[in-house]
Design a protein around this ligand. Structure first.
Ligand SMILES: Cc1ncc(COP(=O)(O)O)c(C=O)c1O
Length: 384
């Protein structure tokens, strides 16, 4: 068996979700909303299943969806994308990431990865024969620094895999960090694979800035998005890749043998959804921000130290002030003894893990959040 997969432990998301199922715990671990998602978008998908075409759509994606992606990013992020040469539809961001990494990284190439990182990145880089070079980001701000980038980049750097807004930390890199990263990419002639799936889930009046919009990055960024996150329909697995035409041509070849295509009915519904007016997106953000505030305030009342969440479905607590040094043991205790599943952030590191940060998903209905808080009562005070 291939050791890259054979030696991988079962993901912490699955472990925690299984424990939650077995013990009847409230699952605030894995990141999915308990809201069914926008009804008009779901209705469009249902209509397209009944009345539309259910055979293989174009490998690059439905033309109407590619046009909608380009128009959407022009409107929201000021990007200039030609739908026919710069946009491809994939089966979720996960396929987009795999296709980009396989299409760009050659055996022996170095790839810069930022820890904490989404768990798919490292095995995909290894499978491509890439050599990971880690930049370890530090709580509570998880910022990029010139020194850290200087240690990671080299003349052998082929690509960097960058995630902004960042899961699991729920932080957004400021413009100066984007400029710093862009500077390194240009200096070392590296391609940035920019995972921007959380681009719309940003709070407190923030606007997402794509790495692709930073000076000099238009033609060396592979921008990845996910309708699952934009419309709170995580099971749909409709993703998009945007890149300069010569890069996209190669990525299309890796896509053709990964999934080739994506269900046309879901594509049609996403094309409709991307054209929704600004109010939809603003309301979605406000609703999530309200849940974030409710859960943050509840945790703080119970004595937990919350690291502010700027975006995503997540917030984190710092368990160091509770005298805790092992996030995995802490999360196990929360699920087994208190009936609340969470995620230890050390699972997002390959080396030098921070072991004192724990992630919760707040994208849940008020009664779920309140029940979770009730079960957590006493944990912080007892531990402190
Ligand atoms: C940073 C990041 N990238 C990619 C994905 C996967 O997206 P998709 O479900 O569209 O494959 C997720 C899902 O949580 C994520 O958080």
């Amino acid at each position: 068996m291939n050791p890259i997969f054979a030696d991988l432990p079962t993901t912490v998301f699955e472990v925690m979700s299984s424990l939650a199922r077995e013990t009847g715990a409230i699952n605030l671990g894995q990141g999915f909303p308990d809201d069914p998602g926008p009804e008009d978008v779901r209705r469009k998908a249902a209509e397209a299943v009944l009345d539309g075409n259910n055979q293989y759509p174009s490998m690059m994606g439905l033309p109407e969806l590619r046009a909608a992606v380009a128009a959407h990013y022009r409107h929201w992020q000021g990007l200039d994308l030609d739908p026919t040469t710069n946009v491809m539809v994939t089966s979720g961001a996960t396929e987009a990431l795999a296709g980009a990494i396989f299409g760009i990284v050659r055996p022996g190439d170095e790839v810069v990865l930022f820890e904490p990182m989404y768990d798919a990145y490292l095995p995909l880089v290894r499978l491509a024969g890439g050599i990971p070079r880690f930049v370890t980001l530090q709580p509570p701000h998880f910022r990029l620094t010139e020194e850290a980038l200087g240690r990671a980049f080299s003349p052998r750097t082929r690509a960097v895999v960058f995630n902004n807004p960042l899961n699991p930390t729920a932080t957004i890199f400021p413009d100066e960090d984007l400029a710093l990263l862009a500077d390194f990419c240009r200096r070392f002639d590296a391609i940035a694979i920019s995972d921007e799936v959380w681009e719309h889930v940003v709070f407190d009046g923030r606007r997402h800035r794509s790495l692709m919009a930073v000076e000099g990055m238009r033609d060396r960024t592979v921008k990845i998005g996910s309708a699952g996150k934009i419309f709170s329909l995580t099971g749909w697995k409709v993703g998009f890749v945007c890149a300069d035409a010569p890069i996209l041509k190669v990525l299309a070849k890796s896509h053709q043998f990964l999934t080739f295509t994506t269900p046309p009915n879901l594509q049609a519904a996403v094309a409709y959804g991307l054209c929704k007016d600004d109010a939809y997106f603003e309301t979605m953000r406000q609703d999530f921000a309200r849940s974030r505030d409710r859960f943050t305030q509840g945790l703080e009342r119970l004595g937990f130290q919350v690291i502010p969440s700027q975006g995503t479905y997540f917030l984190n607590i710092d368990i160091a002030p509770l005298g805790e040094t092992d996030d995995v043991a802490f999360c196990r205790r929360l699920v087994m003894d208190h009936g609340v599943a969470s995620i230890p952030v050390s699972a997002f590191y390959a080396q030098g893990a921070v072991k004192t940060v724990v992630r919760f998903c707040f994208a849940k209905k008020d009664p779920t959040l309140d029940a979770g808080l009730e079960r957590l009562a006493g944990v912080a005070r007892r531990a402190a």
